[in-house]
Design a protein around this ligand. Structure first.
Ligand SMILES: [Zn+2]
Length: 205
């Protein structure tokens, strides 16, 4: 998911969350320890309507060094693209892996492997962007609060509670793992206009 517009909303939510203590983290990562010797690579991001963006991704079963390298590359690619979320299929890897960091100073990298949303409450409307649709933004209605279960890069299971932009971002990225895109939530007319513009390579609006 793209950073710019969502981040403005996120800022206001963040100050709200400060008072309500809603941003619960039940797990913290130590993703980078032991892997400082691996060079990070930026990966090309597939643009809609690439057909691989519509495929369902496979579960990750091999928690090897390669997975850790891919996770780091995903995070780096997300940061370099000014994104707050990225999924493996967007870099043409059909595996169930997403990365998320909604913090303005990029200080909260999260990698979720085989994520499953186990609870969702209270619908909300956010303007979403997607790194596979550069420059396009659409209002999408999704649950405001979620609980997600996933594995870390070592295969250890954890549960994460999220709300607001973070919850929206996780849901957006989880959708990618099933070949679902944010334009699937907008009207057919609107989706068709975006489709035509993306196919022609035109800029939005
Ligand atoms: Zn996306």
């Amino acid at each position: 998911m793209e950073f710019n517009r969502a981040s403005a909303t996120m800022m206001s939510l963040h100050s709200e969350a400060h008072h309500t203590h809603c941003w619960i983290q039940s797990h913290s990562y130590n993703l980078f320890s032991g892997f400082v010797f691996l060079a990070v690579a930026l990966l090309p991001i597939l643009l809609y309507p690439h057909p691989n963006l519509r495929k369902r991704c496979q579960e990750v079963t091999d928690f090897s060094k390669d997975l850790k390298k891919l996770s780091e590359d995903l995070l780096e690619t997300m940061y370099a693209s000014n994104g707050i979320g990225l999924s493996a299929p967007q870099v043409n890897v059909p595996r169930r892996i997403i990365t998320v960091d909604i913090t303005p100073n990029r200080s909260d990298p999260k990698v979720l492997i085989n994520p499953t949303i186990t609870r969702s409450d209270n619908l909300t409307l956010y303007e979403e962007g997607c790194l596979s649709f550069p420059g396009f933004y659409e209002k999408v209605k999704r649950p405001h609060q979620i609980e997600v279960q996933a594995q870390d890069v070592n295969g250890d299971k954890f549960t994460l509670q999220a709300e607001g932009v973070k919850a929206v971002c996780i849901q957006h990225e989880c959708d990618h793992l099933d070949g679902k895109l944010f334009v699937d939530y907008v009207s057919k007319l609107r989706a068709s206009r975006i489709h035509k513009k993306m196919v022609r390579g035109n800029k939005p609006k």
